[in-house]
Design a protein around this ligand. Sequence first.
Ligand SMILES: NC(=O)c1ccc[n+]([C@@H]2O[C@H](COP(=O)([O-])OP(=O)(O)OC[C@H]3O[C@@H](n4cnc5c(N)ncnc54)[C@H](O)[C@@H]3O)[C@@H](O)[C@H]2O)c1
Length: 338
Amino acid sequence: MLKACVIGMGHIGNNHARSYISSDKAELAAVCDIRLDRAKAASEKYGVPYYLDAQQMLDEIKPDIVSVSTGGFEYSSDHYQPTLQALRAGADVICEKPICNDLRKGKEMVDTAKALGRRFALDLNHRFTPAARAADKWQRDGRIGELLFVNMELWIGRFEPKFDTEYYHFKALNPHSVDIMRHYGGDIEEVYTFAKKATGRDIWSVQTTNVKFKNGAIGTLTSSYDIGRGHPMERCEVAGVNGRFVFEDMWRQATLYPAESLMKEVYTNPVFGGERFKEFFDTFEDRIHHFVDEVAAGVAPEDIDGSGADGLEASRVIHAMIQSHKTGRPVKVADITE
Ligand SMILES: NC(=O)c1ccc[n+]([C@@H]2O[C@H](COP(=O)([O-])OP(=O)(O)OC[C@H]3O[C@@H](n4cnc5c(N)ncnc54)[C@H](O)[C@@H]3O)[C@@H](O)[C@H]2O)c1
């Protein structure tokens, strides 16, 4: 069994811990939080030792895998230090999104993993579902063909934590949506963004971006913190010359509309049996089990699905969107270094 530790025991760190407990290839060995109440609560819940200092845990437990589920400024500044500590201690690491609010530090995290030959993944959990895999297969089998557009929408209700900056919604929410667009559309070359502050908001709470992919396909990304999430909250439509699919609400449904036929194909999350997803937690479990499987199978660091490099590139696209919004002009993603 692979030994796993979790650093940062908020709600999300607990999702990581539960995912190691349900894994058949890994076991939860210890948890860490700088907050005694959180570290202790998790230790009691899962029956593993707790630490208040990540380096001490790494030195004593010597884990094979470490989850970094800290938060911080713009929900990500605290990822940097424990990720570097865990990589240097010899572990493969899965870090929460966004990789880091500071792109230069995010790049250092990716470069360090590469230099040390460690596997480094990001928790881009929204596409680790059977519905997303059905869509992957349609694309692999040529049912979409030459790509035309990728249109993505994501909103999560009237979300009101403490907002550090005007661009919190851009940075904290959209690693998922940009990653899904890149997953189906490839690298993004250029973006042109408009945004609005809904009444009563002091952040840019809704935005839409025109996207040009390197392969010539085009698309849009619309996201918001203002629209109810009891209703469908996520939709990705991918169109090519051979057909079009719509991937909805992570695990709920994926529908293929073949160009040559009036019959559609639908994957629907099953009520009984199959790979049934019941709640958002299941996306964490699927994603973390996938990483554990990759580590157990000895997958090369450069072949990790949902890698640190993917997470860094998603954040680079978001920084380009912010730059575009600030300047009122299209921005090339390659021009963004910080
Ligand atoms: N993948 C998803 O769908 C998803 C959803 C929500 C949030 N997130 C991400 O998950 C992360 C955690 O979110 P949360 O709501 O649980 O945050 P949180 O702030 O409630 O918890 C983070 C915890 O990390 C601890 N911490 C910070 N630095 C530490 C360090 N060096 N060593 C040990 N502990 C440390 C804090 O004390 C805190 O208890 C964020 O990065 C967020 O962006 C991901």
